[in-house]
Design a protein. Structure first.
Length: 222
């Protein structure tokens, strides 16, 4: 079996657990408040701003045999640089008074910390497990969630540049990612990517679960 197909198969359980997160189900139904959407964007900002630094950290630690992975990270970085600014623009479009000054919620901080730790301490190739989780999730839900939430909250398209763009953009990224993963033959690298993906599905689910919804109080300082 090609590695991408094996990766998809081996992470099926964890992926389904993420998709059953109540906040994601509500978002796809359009059953969220404006405050919940802003809370989502806030956490998105706190992890998206680490995307390029994580790519640079992984690329600097890849061995010569994985030069093709380093080259791929350069291409990814070109597409991802500055995306945290899209999130900030969406927040300002929804609520001009909302300013990002606080710390990420613990779940978001733990997800990013785990990624840095795995890259630097265990195997930098594992970073592609995180790429698989974030991009497959965006592909599956990004544009659909944006359209549903926009209709539900009656907000302009300018409030959804990050979520909308990543739904369509990551479809192309996933095609590239699939081809890239099928070039990986090293069993240790495959194991690292699969392990990271399994952990990231769990950690990313916790990020969504930390977002208040259904009348829960939104505390931006928490």
């Amino acid at each position: 079996m090609l590695f991408f197909n094996q990766l998809t198969k081996d992470t099926k359980h964890e992926r389904e657990m993420l998709y059953q997160t109540p906040q994601i189900i509500d978002a796809l139904r359009g059953d969220i408040s404006q405050a919940t959407y802003i809370a989502y964007l806030e956490q998105a900002y706190h992890h998206v701003k680490h995307t390029v630094p994580l790519m640079m950290a992984a690329g600097s630690r890849l061995s010569e045999k994985n030069e093709f992975l380093r080259e791929a990270l350069v291409e990814y970085a070109k597409d991802e640089v500055g995306h945290q600014k899209w999130v900030l623009n969406d927040i300002r479009s929804v609520d001009p008074e909302m300013v990002i000054l606080g710390q990420p919620k613990p779940a978001t901080e733990m997800m990013i910390a785990y990624a840095y730790d795995y890259i630097t301490r265990i195997n930098p190739a594992g970073f592609f497990g995180m790429v698989f989780v974030l991009e497959s999730t965006s592909t599956a839900m990004g544009t659909n969630a944006a359209n549903t939430i926009q209709k539900s909250l009656n907000l302009p398209s300018s409030c959804f540049s990050y979520l909308s763009s990543h739904g369509s953009l990551d479809i192309e990224h996933m095609k590239f990612f699939k081809q890239l993963m099928n070039k990986i033959s090293d069993k240790d690298d495959q194991k690292a990517i699969t392990h990271m993906a399994k952990r990231m599905f769990f950690l990313y689910s916790n990020v969504f679960r930390s977002i208040p919804h259904k009348g829960m109080e939104v505390n931006y300082a928490a």
